[in-house]
Design a protein around this ligand. Structure first.
Ligand code: C2O
Length: 570
């Protein structure tokens, strides 16, 4: 009797705790109206596709544990989906967003409500369109504060700001990608980078609207930096101020000090910055990290201004120029390497050590020979070819009339196959001089199947086909540990011993070193169809992607939820 009572009271306590946690968790409802909006940048006005007429789009600010319901109404002329980049979407794959992977696009005039809960993630994520190149202007920040009533693992910042680094074309970005697809060549490079939608003082017609970040002497503020650019890894630095990195991709890190960040598209980095300099104005600047060879790139610099509240007012008619920081050289890979080697989890973490699935994926660009029925205007890649890209020699093609997740859930055959290779079909000197015969991958819609709960390791190996390049590889539905990275060809004999299985950083996007490799590990505990792709949009356009299909486990709690009723029709 006694013990039964004890059991009962602990059960009641558990229920009480659960209910009070649920009572604190909030539901955030938003309306996103996607529409063409006149936007003036670099002296010209374009009809940009925006959310609610804003660029960047609305900020989603939540606590860990909260639920979001975002009704997206498509009033633009393009098909559209929205992806909540980095949100784990545990059992809610239907809300993940990539077009033809987890849903069919929201057609013009239609709407769809994305419903999902933030579970165990704190820091900064972001959302963006996941159709064609719409994310050039359809993106915004997701700020995740600690669970209601819980502290940050660092002193509470005085202010909290975010800087969305974007990329702007003085053209319609959809026309830019369509033209590239037509010609087979590389798309036109962008005309500006932006910070919170503004190019900043160094561009024409832009200085009126340069973004200002306020700070006061003695304050320590949290700055959330997000690389939302389409095709360019970026360096970021602040004149005269050090940054203490405390998180990335909504996972905390062991703090370290640096004066420059590098973010691949998709990545976020949270830093603390202290107002310890003479009160004045200081530029915060971002520009390209360009690791590809002989490829044109946007070499312009975007700026915002870190402005002290107590900065002395200039005399009438005099304007003080903010101090400009030094940025690393465009090709400064050494700075990138030492920056990424500083990343550690704050404490010992549980990294899978027994591995069920040991995978090795090559990451390659490629060149297809001009098909016989194509004219020379359609083969404007190097030497009359067309650009392509692949993982393990498979150039990923999206389905076009139903999503992979719907096909998986309803057992519809003929949409995708599950024979994506666990290893490259041919072994070669990946980072050496690769024979031209290996430059043409095979198009297809192949996924790799994983059992629920399997412990996965993936070696991501860059190749020198066309050009080596630092590729930001992003996996949907998961965070993973980056246990090692290096240059050259991954060699299990000598590189395995260097794995950090103690406190590796957790991320959702890994910048795979140029002409090198990275090793990630995770447990496949989230059923669904999850795209893994290079976050340089031009590379997705060319096929640098695959899909991991994770099967359901036992019972409802290990199974994908049923599809929502308003899931867009194909
Ligand atoms: Cu941020 Cu599949 O993307």
């Amino acid at each position: 009797m006694e013990s039964l009572n004890a059991k009962h009271s602990s059960l009641f306590l558990a229920i009480f705790l659960l209910l009070s946690a649920l009572a604190n968790a909030k539901l955030h409802e938003h309306e996103f109206v996607v529409q063409a909006t006149p936007v003036k940048r670099l002296c010209n006005t374009h009809n940009a596709i925006t959310v609610n007429g804003q660029l960047p789009g609305p900020t989603l600010e939540v606590n860990n544990g909260d639920t979001l319901a975002i009704r997206v109404t498509n009033k633009a002329q393009y098909n559209l989906t929205i992806h909540w980049h980095g949100v784990r979407q545990i059992r809610t794959g239907w809300a993940d967003g990539p077009e033809f992977v987890t849903q069919c696009p929201i057609r013009p005039g239609e709407s769809y409500t994305y419903r999902f809960t933030i579970e165990g993630q704190e820091g900064t994520l972001w959302w963006h369109a996941h159709s064609s190149w719409l994310r050039a202007t359809v993106y915004g920040a997701i700020i995740i504060h600690p669970r209601e009533g819980r502290p940050y693992p660092f002193p509470k910042p005085h202010r909290d700001s975010f800087l969305l680094l974007g990329e702007w074309w003085d053209a319609n970005p959809i026309d830019v990608v369509r033209e590239a697809t037509r010609t087979g060549g590389a798309p036109n490079i962008s005309d500006a980078f932006t910070i919170n939608g503004q190019p900043g003082d160094l561009y024409k017609c832009s200085s009126q609207d340069t973004f200002i970040v306020p700070i006061d002497s003695g304050e320590t503020n949290l700055l959330r930096v997000i690389n939302a650019a389409l095709n360019q890894p970026l360096f970021f630095t602040v004149a005269n101020h050090q940054m203490v990195v405390v998180g990335a991709d909504a996972s905390y890190l062991k703090p370290f000090t640096t004066n420059v960040l590098m973010l691949g598209p998709g990545q976020t980095t949270d830093v603390l910055i202290t107002g310890d300099q003479p009160p004045s104005k200081y530029y915060m600047a971002a520009r390209a990290y360009q690791s590809a060879q002989n490829a044109p790139f946007d070499n312009t610099t975007t700026t915002a201004i870190l402005q002290y509240k107590s900065a002395p007012c200039p005399a009438k008619g005099v304007s003080i120029k903010p101090l400009m920081p030094n940025l690393p050289a465009y090709n400064d890979t050494n700075t990138v390497t030492s920056f990424s080697k500083s990343f550690r989890s704050p404490r010992r973490v549980e990294v899978p050590t027994e591995i069920d699935e040991s995978l090795f994926f090559t990451i390659s660009l490629g060149l297809n020979n001009c098909p016989p029925n194509f004219g020379s205007s359609q083969c404007q890649g190097p030497n009359g070819t067309r650009f392509t890209a692949s993982m393990n020699n498979e150039s990923f093609v999206l389905p076009n009339n139903i999503s992979i997740l719907q096909a998986l859930h309803h057992g519809i055959p003929g949409v995708f196959t599950t024979d994506f290779p666990a290893n490259p079909p041919v072994k070669f000197d990946y980072t050496g001089n690769v024979s031209r015969s290996l430059w043409q991958p095979v198009p297809g819609t192949k996924a790799y199947k994983l059992k629920f709960g399997s412990r996965v390791q993936i070696v991501l190996q860059d190749t020198s086909i066309v050009t080596p390049e630092n590729h930001p590889i992003h996996l949907h539905g998961y965070d993973f540990y980056i246990v090692a990275q290096g240059f050259g060809n991954f060699d299990p004999k000598k590189d395995t011993s260097k794995f950090n299985l103690v406190d590796p950083p957790m991320r959702n996007t890994v910048a795979v070193p140029v002409n090198g490799w990275a090793v990630i590990r995770f447990v496949a505990d989230n059923p669904g169809a999850w795209i893994m792709h290079c976050h340089l949009d031009v590379h997705i356009t060319w096929g640098l992607a695959t899909v991991l299909v994770v099967e359901n486990g036992f019972g409802e709690l290990e199974a994908l939820e049923p599809p929502p009723e308003d899931l867009p029709l194909c």
